[in-house]
Design a protein around this ligand. Structure first.
Ligand SMILES: [Zn+2]
Length: 214
Protein backbone atom coordinates (compact mmCIF):
# COMPACT_ATOMS: atom_id res chain seq x y z
CA UNK A 1 0.00 0.00 0.00
CA UNK A 2 2.87 2.34 0.89
CA UNK A 3 6.44 2.21 -0.34
CA UNK A 4 7.64 2.71 3.22
CA UNK A 5 6.53 4.08 6.57
CA UNK A 6 8.86 6.39 8.48
CA UNK A 7 8.53 6.88 12.24
CA UNK A 8 9.01 10.57 13.05
CA UNK A 9 8.53 10.11 16.82
CA UNK A 10 10.93 9.98 19.75
CA UNK A 11 10.60 6.98 22.06
CA UNK A 12 8.89 7.76 25.36
CA UNK A 13 11.13 6.48 28.14
CA UNK A 14 11.69 7.00 31.86
CA UNK A 15 14.05 9.86 32.50
CA UNK A 16 14.03 11.05 28.88
CA UNK A 17 15.14 14.62 28.23
CA UNK A 18 12.29 17.10 28.67
CA UNK A 19 11.66 20.83 28.50
CA UNK A 20 12.85 22.64 31.64
CA UNK A 21 9.19 23.44 32.52
CA UNK A 22 8.32 19.71 32.61
CA UNK A 23 9.03 16.64 34.70
CA UNK A 24 10.59 13.68 33.01
CA UNK A 25 8.11 10.82 32.58
CA UNK A 26 8.13 7.66 34.64
CA UNK A 27 7.51 4.39 32.81
CA UNK A 28 7.37 1.56 35.30
CA UNK A 29 6.68 -2.15 35.09
CA UNK A 30 3.90 -2.99 37.55
CA UNK A 31 3.39 -6.69 36.81
CA UNK A 32 6.08 -9.30 36.21
CA UNK A 33 5.30 -12.21 33.93
CA UNK A 34 7.22 -14.70 36.05
CA UNK A 35 5.34 -13.71 39.21
CA UNK A 36 1.96 -12.40 38.02
CA UNK A 37 1.61 -14.45 34.81
CA UNK A 38 1.24 -11.27 32.77
CA UNK A 39 3.05 -8.00 32.21
CA UNK A 40 1.74 -4.47 32.75
CA UNK A 41 3.26 -1.00 32.94
CA UNK A 42 2.19 2.36 34.22
CA UNK A 43 3.07 5.77 32.87
CA UNK A 44 3.27 9.07 34.70
CA UNK A 45 3.83 11.86 32.25
CA UNK A 46 3.21 15.46 31.37
CA UNK A 47 1.58 16.11 28.02
CA UNK A 48 4.49 18.04 26.52
CA UNK A 49 7.01 15.24 26.70
CA UNK A 50 8.71 13.76 23.66
CA UNK A 51 6.81 13.92 20.38
CA UNK A 52 3.44 15.47 21.16
CA UNK A 53 0.67 17.66 19.78
CA UNK A 54 -0.14 21.05 21.30
CA UNK A 55 -3.87 21.82 21.37
CA UNK A 56 -5.65 25.15 21.91
CA UNK A 57 -6.19 24.66 25.65
CA UNK A 58 -2.42 24.73 26.13
CA UNK A 59 -2.23 28.46 25.46
CA UNK A 60 -5.82 29.73 25.33
CA UNK A 61 -7.98 29.97 28.43
CA UNK A 62 -11.10 28.72 26.66
CA UNK A 63 -9.49 26.33 24.18
CA UNK A 64 -10.79 22.87 23.44
CA UNK A 65 -9.37 19.62 24.79
CA UNK A 66 -7.07 17.58 22.58
CA UNK A 67 -9.70 14.80 22.45
CA UNK A 68 -11.83 17.22 20.41
CA UNK A 69 -9.16 17.52 17.73
CA UNK A 70 -10.97 16.61 14.48
CA UNK A 71 -9.51 13.39 13.09
CA UNK A 72 -9.32 14.87 9.59
CA UNK A 73 -6.72 17.30 10.93
CA UNK A 74 -4.59 14.31 12.00
CA UNK A 75 -4.19 12.64 8.63
CA UNK A 76 -3.18 14.60 5.57
CA UNK A 77 -0.86 15.11 2.65
CA UNK A 78 2.54 16.11 3.96
CA UNK A 79 4.62 19.01 2.72
CA UNK A 80 8.18 19.42 3.97
CA UNK A 81 9.84 22.81 4.22
CA UNK A 82 13.60 22.43 4.33
CA UNK A 83 14.56 25.21 6.73
CA UNK A 84 18.00 23.93 7.60
CA UNK A 85 20.34 26.86 8.17
CA UNK A 86 17.57 29.30 7.26
CA UNK A 87 15.50 31.81 9.18
CA UNK A 88 11.90 30.76 9.72
CA UNK A 89 10.39 33.79 8.02
CA UNK A 90 7.79 34.36 5.36
CA UNK A 91 10.23 34.14 2.45
CA UNK A 92 10.50 30.40 3.18
CA UNK A 93 6.76 30.06 2.65
CA UNK A 94 6.98 32.05 -0.56
CA UNK A 95 9.31 29.37 -1.96
CA UNK A 96 6.36 26.95 -1.80
CA UNK A 97 4.45 29.14 -4.26
CA UNK A 98 7.50 29.49 -6.46
CA UNK A 99 7.83 25.70 -6.58
CA UNK A 100 4.11 25.26 -7.28
CA UNK A 101 3.53 23.35 -4.05
CA UNK A 102 -0.12 23.62 -3.14
CA UNK A 103 -1.12 24.03 0.48
CA UNK A 104 -4.68 23.57 1.68
CA UNK A 105 -6.51 22.94 4.93
CA UNK A 106 -5.80 19.24 4.36
CA UNK A 107 -2.02 19.68 4.23
CA UNK A 108 0.24 18.90 7.17
CA UNK A 109 3.29 21.17 6.93
CA UNK A 110 6.54 19.86 8.44
CA UNK A 111 9.44 22.19 9.07
CA UNK A 112 12.87 20.56 8.92
CA UNK A 113 15.53 22.46 10.86
CA UNK A 114 17.74 19.48 11.76
CA UNK A 115 17.67 20.58 15.40
CA UNK A 116 16.69 17.05 16.48
CA UNK A 117 20.34 16.13 15.99
CA UNK A 118 20.96 17.84 19.36
CA UNK A 119 18.33 15.68 21.15
CA UNK A 120 19.80 14.47 24.43
CA UNK A 121 22.12 17.45 24.82
CA UNK A 122 21.46 20.56 26.89
CA UNK A 123 21.31 22.59 23.70
CA UNK A 124 18.17 20.88 22.49
CA UNK A 125 15.89 22.75 24.89
CA UNK A 126 18.07 25.82 25.43
CA UNK A 127 19.00 26.97 21.97
CA UNK A 128 16.68 26.13 19.08
CA UNK A 129 15.46 27.91 15.95
CA UNK A 130 12.19 29.76 16.63
CA UNK A 131 9.61 31.06 14.16
CA UNK A 132 9.29 34.61 13.00
CA UNK A 133 5.84 36.06 13.62
CA UNK A 134 5.36 36.46 9.87
CA UNK A 135 6.09 32.76 9.38
CA UNK A 136 3.43 31.73 11.92
CA UNK A 137 0.97 34.20 10.38
CA UNK A 138 1.78 32.85 6.91
CA UNK A 139 0.88 29.32 8.05
CA UNK A 140 -2.40 30.66 9.45
CA UNK A 141 -3.11 32.45 6.16
CA UNK A 142 -2.53 29.21 4.24
CA UNK A 143 -5.37 27.63 6.22
CA UNK A 144 -3.44 24.56 7.43
CA UNK A 145 -4.63 22.81 10.58
CA UNK A 146 -1.51 20.88 11.58
CA UNK A 147 2.17 21.73 11.46
CA UNK A 148 5.15 19.76 12.71
CA UNK A 149 8.48 20.90 14.16
CA UNK A 150 11.71 19.05 14.97
CA UNK A 151 12.25 21.56 17.80
CA UNK A 152 10.66 21.96 21.26
CA UNK A 153 8.61 25.04 20.39
CA UNK A 154 7.74 27.65 17.76
CA UNK A 155 8.43 30.32 20.43
CA UNK A 156 11.30 31.35 22.65
CA UNK A 157 11.08 29.77 26.10
CA UNK A 158 9.32 32.67 27.79
CA UNK A 159 6.00 34.56 27.88
CA UNK A 160 4.13 35.72 25.75
CA UNK A 161 4.39 32.61 23.47
CA UNK A 162 3.00 34.69 20.62
CA UNK A 163 3.39 32.10 17.85
CA UNK A 164 1.66 29.39 19.88
CA UNK A 165 -1.25 31.77 20.46
CA UNK A 166 -1.42 32.91 16.88
CA UNK A 167 -1.43 29.31 15.58
CA UNK A 168 -3.66 27.70 18.20
CA UNK A 169 -6.24 30.51 18.14
CA UNK A 170 -6.67 29.77 14.41
CA UNK A 171 -7.01 26.02 14.97
CA UNK A 172 -3.50 25.23 13.80
CA UNK A 173 -2.33 22.34 15.98
CA UNK A 174 1.42 22.05 16.59
CA UNK A 175 3.42 18.82 16.62
CA UNK A 176 6.61 19.38 18.62
CA UNK A 177 9.78 17.29 19.02
CA UNK A 178 9.60 15.40 15.75
CA UNK A 179 12.69 13.59 14.53
CA UNK A 180 14.18 12.25 11.28
CA UNK A 181 12.39 14.76 9.04
CA UNK A 182 15.46 14.74 6.79
CA UNK A 183 14.34 11.32 5.55
CA UNK A 184 11.53 13.14 3.73
CA UNK A 185 13.80 15.44 1.73
CA UNK A 186 13.03 14.90 -1.95
CA UNK A 187 10.00 12.71 -1.19
CA UNK A 188 7.14 14.11 -3.24
CA UNK A 189 4.14 12.10 -2.17
CA UNK A 190 3.55 11.21 1.45
CA UNK A 191 0.78 11.15 4.01
CA UNK A 192 1.31 12.18 7.62
CA UNK A 193 -0.59 10.46 10.42
CA UNK A 194 -0.33 12.29 13.76
CA UNK A 195 -2.64 10.90 16.41
CA UNK A 196 -2.80 12.14 20.00
CA UNK A 197 -4.35 10.02 22.73
CA UNK A 198 -8.10 10.40 23.13
CA UNK A 199 -7.69 12.15 26.45
CA UNK A 200 -9.28 15.17 28.14
CA UNK A 201 -6.17 17.29 28.40
CA UNK A 202 -4.72 20.38 26.70
CA UNK A 203 -2.25 18.41 24.57
CA UNK A 204 -1.02 14.85 24.24
CA UNK A 205 1.94 12.64 23.39
CA UNK A 206 1.53 11.32 19.84
CA UNK A 207 2.91 8.75 17.44
CA UNK A 208 3.65 10.51 14.18
CA UNK A 209 4.45 8.62 10.99
CA UNK A 210 4.99 9.44 7.33
CA UNK A 211 3.49 7.00 4.81
CA UNK A 212 5.47 7.33 1.58
CA UNK A 213 3.44 6.66 -1.56
CA UNK A 214 5.79 7.44 -4.42
ZN1 LIG B 1 4.06 21.42 23.69
Amino acid sequence: MFKKIIDLSHELTSGMPVHPFDNSPVVRKTKEFTQDHYTDHELITGMHVGTHIDGPLHMLETGKNISELPLDYCVGRGVLIDARNKFLDRTLLDTLNTNNIRISHETIVLILTGHDKTWGTRNYFNSYPVMGKDFAQGLVDMGVHMIGLDTPSPDPMRFPFANHKSLLSHNVFIIENLTKLELLVGVKNFIIVALPLKITTDSSPARVIACVRE
